[in-house]
Design a protein around this ligand. Structure first.
Ligand code: ZN
Length: 294
């Protein structure tokens, strides 16, 4: 039974969609209210938003593993904010809030994506329900093998959580299509929780196609660590499409094409995500999987 649910926006200060959705819902809370549970809202990183940045000192959505939260020596703006949010919604391990929906956007061409970081029948049913209601949604399972205390995402404060990740949209920009898809997907998640609480989940497809994270890969780098290339035009915007051996991935600045050499067919996500330039990350590689509902 989920009694209290929190919808979180602005975990990244330059992802405006979630921030403006919260404004919309604060004016009309009935839109995200359902009879069987309480819905709260939280603007996670207003300081970064004021500076029009993803974060000020540290990526807030990497600050919520138990070791970070319990280390009093970590006092940067986001490390401090993480501890505050942990008090507001958690504490992690014994949280007040039962479910967190954290709203994100990406500059990559991922379309509406439901990011699931946990395993279990509840999530397989949720994935099936969302796929049934919004067939264009991609289901992405991200490190769902990890123990909850090891997860560094804000949403991991609660025992149950998902992230809504929609793109493409530039940082600090609102796009109507992305805003609308984020809104509609959130509504469907809330409806599913309502059905789950009331034991009225409708008949669902028996299986759902999903994509599970394998690894992140880096841009081509020089020996000194500087960037030596970019995403190849053939794979730009091709999130969730097949990457086979020999597929061009990168074009170096001296004109060399770098291809995928793996034998296993994989799929890309977060291809050329602007926020990953700090770390020279190029994309995530995923495998296609099938979730079984019943
Ligand atoms: Zn984000």
């Amino acid at each position: 039974m989920i009694k209290t649910l929190a919808v979180v926006g602005g975990t990244h200060g330059n992802e405006f969609t979630g921030i403006y959705l919260l404004k919309k819902w604060q004016d009309k809370p009935a839109l995200i209210t359902r009879p069987s549970f309480i819905t709260e809202m939280l603007f996670a990183n207003p300081q970064a938003y004021q500076q029009n940045k993803r974060y000020i000192d540290h990526d807030l959505n990497r600050c919520f593993d138990q070791t970070h939260l319990s280390n009093d020596k970590l006092t940067s703006i986001e490390q401090t904010r993480a501890k505050e949010i942990n008090q507001l919604l958690g504490p992690k391990g014994d949280p007040r809030v039962d479910f967190i929906i954290d709203l994100h956007t990406t500059t990559s061409n991922m379309g509406p994506t439901l990011l699931i970081t946990k395993k279990g029948a509840f999530y397989n049913q949720l994935a099936a329900y969302i796929s049934m209601k919004m067939p264009q949604v991609m289901i992405s399972c991200d490190e769902d093998h990890k123990k909850n205390e090891e997860h560094h995402f804000l949403s991991s404060i609660a025992k149950n959580c998902v992230m809504v990740e929609v793109g493409p949209v530039p940082q600090s920009v609102l796009r109507h299509d992305v805003f609308e898809a984020s809104d509609v997907m959130t509504q469907h998640i809330l409806d599913f929780v309502e059905h789950f609480n009331n034991n009225t989940v409708p008949p669902l497809p028996k299986t759902t196609t999903a994509y599970r994270f394998i690894e992140s890969i880096s841009l081509p780098l020089n020996a000194d660590g500087s960037r030596n290339g970019m995403i190849h035009k053939d794979i730009q915007d091709k999130d969730f499409t097949e990457i086979k051996q020999g597929q061009p991935l990168f074009m170096t600045f001296n004109g060399e094409t770098v291809c995928y050499e793996g034998e296993k067919t994989v799929y890309g996500s977060f291809i050329n995500e602007a926020a990953y330039y700090d770390n020279n990350l190029a994309m995530s590689l995923l495998e296609k999987i099938t979730l079984t509902t019943y």
